[in-house]
Design a protein around this ligand. Structure first.
Ligand SMILES: [Zn+2]
Length: 308
């Protein structure tokens, strides 16, 4: 653990997901010099060994020692030091950060995957030039992260930005009490705005694929148009509360649903009716790094190496 940041010639970013582990090496100029992807092993020890193997192999190929940052679903509990809320992967209930640090003989930084997304976009993505960045992931689930002046805000409970597990704001009678959430609460925002929720709004036999709905709406499918309108309204309600509490300088959208172009024009219109202000100027923009934001943000858990 004695190696200082100056000893590192490259930054490794690793995205640990339920099905795959992806790694990149981020050079000082932000370019990617190495990429590797392996299937996520089923058990914990194999996961640690898989990650260590990727790093050590890359260091041999590149001839450089690197800092290591890892994005995970879920968080490391500030009280137990163990991973929690990490759905369906083997690191839950383990001291993952200390175990991987010991295996790689250096301090490894571990962050929530939505926080890594926000950090990536704030550092050299769509959030560059904005002081307070709220990064949002809306895909199969819903997460968020806050970066202020280039610094990730995690908070004492490590839940800053977790806007998916708050109640849907300004609910209608039909939206109360809402479905049961995997987190233990009812009516969480995630259950109303993530991909599966949009697919359910559309309903019918084609309800599994939310991504096809905008094209159907554009082709005149009224059921698709109604589903998108309700979804936009719910998402705007959720983001309006973020503006009322944090008032970020920019909101960057990521995850599968961020590819739906109507969000960028329609969300601001609805938010104007909800935010506690007579105007809303917050830009809502699409991410720059797409699927690479997770791995890039994990690398950004460490600052860039000093020029040599
Ligand atoms: Zn929840």
């Amino acid at each position: 653990m004695s190696a200082s940041q100056a000893d590192y010639g490259v930054r490794f970013g690793i995205d640990l997901g339920g099905t795959k582990i992806e790694m990149v090496a981020l050079a000082a100029d932000g370019s990617l010099s190495h990429r590797k992807r392996i299937p996520t092993p089923a058990d914990y020890t194999a996961t640690i060994e898989g990650i260590a193997g990727m790093v050590l192999e890359a260091e041999q190929v590149l001839g450089l020692r690197g800092s290591v940052g890892i994005g995970i679903p879920g968080v490391i509990s500030p009280t137990s030091g163990m991973v929690k809320n990490s759905n369906s992967i083997s690191i839950n209930g383990h001291h993952f950060d200390t175990d991987i640090s010991a295996r790689l003989q250096r301090e490894v930084r571990v962050g929530n995957d939505a926080n890594c997304f926000a950090l990536s976009e704030a550092s050299d993505g769509a959030g560059v030039g904005y002081r307070t960045v709220f990064g949002v992931i809306v895909g199969t689930g819903c997460g968020g992260g806050i970066v202020v002046d280039g610094k990730l805000i995690e908070g004492p409970n490590r839940v800053a930005g977790e806007w998916g597990h708050v109640p849907l704001p300004w609910p209608t009678h039909e939206e109360i009490p809402g479905p049961q959430c995997w987190c233990g609460q009812r009516g969480c925002l995630e259950l109303f705005i993530a991909g599966p929720a949009l697919a359910r709004l559309y309903g019918g036999p084609d309800a599994r694929d939310a991504h096809a709905i905008p094209a159907r709406a554009a082709a005149g499918d009224e059921r698709a148009q109604a589903a998108l309108a309700t979804h936009v309204d719910r998402m705007a309600r959720g983001l309006s509360v973020i503006v009322n509490t944090l008032d970020p300088d920019v909101i960057v959208l990521g995850g599968g649903l961020s590819n739906m172009d109507h969000l960028y024009t329609e969300l601001p219109k609805v938010m104007k009716t909800r935010v506690f202000s007579d105007f809303v100027s917050t830009p809502i923009v699409k991410n720059r790094h797409g699927d690479s934001s997770g791995v890039r943000g994990a690398a950004w858990l460490w600052p860039p190496p000093a020029p040599r």
